[in-house]
Design a protein around this ligand. Structure first.
Ligand SMILES: Cc1ncc(COP(=O)(O)O)c(C=O)c1O
Length: 379
């Protein structure tokens, strides 16, 4: 695979290694978003079917990306919404515990803190492993009280890898619900629902799905499909695409996970750009994206081996996601220096700089990144 920069609107002098913050919209997505916005300028062109059709196209494309049936996919506005939906459909009692990782992203933490308080359950926080082997730490922390495990495929601060297949196999004969936050992995790190069989997979769409802000997708196992949605929007019921039927309050939900869609799921501003990005991701292939981004990160590691920084060992890190570690706190002017030189990364935690490339990165960007970092250390 070659760099796909020509499909994005990224000026030559900007080296953007920050997909974990925001993925760039494709040019095609920008055009599709303009089309959606223009529709609202002439609302007589918006038809009842528009509230349903594109939502189902996005559902189908995402289902293909993670290898499941489109009926298992709900549209969500944010990861926090997906986890709130999961929480509403899982029961706990006071002997139970919920497992999360140390320094896990807040949208997959606050909800469990609340649920633990309300149900008198325990929040079990897996400590950060000294050797970066999260999977072993997680497996060693699971006990008979754990009823929910909610974690990512890689840690959002530094790319530390979690082997979900191993964890899923380990708990397959238990009543533990497995919830995954795929926001920092799905679209770049291959994930197959059939292999992992999670209860919920929550993905905010604006990072590795290259979608717009405020739209995401959530896989929900069929065993929850009779459950309670967070909200009761008019368009969630059978027959609701016929406006005349609305005053009769149809009672049957649309099939599968559609009852869990957020209100305004037929968002004609946001769905067209998301559809374009999902189509493109499928065309490229997630395996290819993973390989390309891993190679970019490997080149960076090789070229920076002499400046006194370290990274997680390959076997414990997701390839698309590089955390560059400083021995001490990151110097306060480091990211500003990079930004001033048009190199974009982000800092999460106290001593890790996140480097998260995508297919827009080319060799010039890699050289620029390496040279600017080296210049910083020489100054
Ligand atoms: C691991 C992870 N999950 C989720 C999100 C976004 O959550 P939300 O969609 O609730 O804003 C982020 C954003 O940085 C993240 O890093």
């Amino acid at each position: 695979m070659k760099s796909q920069r020509h499909l994005f609107n990224i000026p030559k002098d900007q080296a953007y290694f920050n997909t974990a913050y925001f993925g760039c919209l494709l040019n095609e997505s920008v055009n599709a978003a303009a089309y959606g916005t223009n529709l609202k300028a002439q609302p007589w062109n918006i038809h009842m079917s528009d509230f349903f059709t594109e939502a189902d196209i996005a559902r189908q494309l995402f289902a293909q990306l993670v290898n499941t049936d489109e009926n298992n996919i709900a549209l969500i506005p944010s990861a926090s919404y997906g986890f709130a939906t999961a929480a509403k459909n899982l029961n706990l009692n006071s002997n139970d515990s919920i497992m999360v990782l140390s320094e896990q992203f807040p949208s997959n933490y606050y909800i469990w803190e609340q649920i633990a308080i309300k149900s008198n359950a325990t929040l079990s926080v897996v400590p950060r492993p000294e050797d970066d082997d999260w999977t072993s730490n997680i497996l060693n922390t699971i006990d008979d009280n754990v009823k929910i495990i909610s974690l990512p495929n890689n840690h959002w601060t530094d790319g530390g890898y979690i082997d979900l297949e191993k964890i899923s196999k380990n708990i397959s004969n238990s009543d533990i619900a497995l919830l995954i936050d795929g926001t920092q992995s799905v679209g770049a790190l291959p994930l197959d629902i059939e292999n992992i069989k999670p209860d919920f997979l929550v993905v905010s769409g604006y990072k590795w799905l290259l979608g717009p802000y405020n739209l995401g997708l959530c896989y929900i196992d069929p065993k929850y499909h009779d459950g309670d949605p967070l909200e009761y929007w008019w368009g969630h019921k059978e027959g609701s695409e016929n406006p005349a039927s609305l005053i009769n309050y149809p009672s049957e939900f649309l099939p599968g996970a559609r009852r869990f869609d957020y209100g305004h799921k037929g968002n004609f501003h946001l769905l067209p750009p998301l559809i374009k990005s999902l189509e493109q991701l499928l065309k490229w292939g997630v395996d290819e994206i993973y390989q390309y981004t891993s190679e970019v990160n490997n080149k960076i590691i090789e070229n920076l081996s002499d400046v006194g920084i370290s990274t997680i060992d390959d076997k414990y890190r997701a390839g698309h996601y590089l955390g560059i570690r400083f021995n001490d706190r990151i110097p306060s002017d480091f990211t500003e220096y990079l930004t001033d030189n048009n190199v974009h990364v982000s800092v999460r935690g106290t001593n890790t700089v996140r480097v998260t490339p995508h297919l827009w990165i080319n060799d010039n960007d890699i050289d620029k990144f390496v040279n600017v970092v080296k210049k910083y250390f020489k100054k």
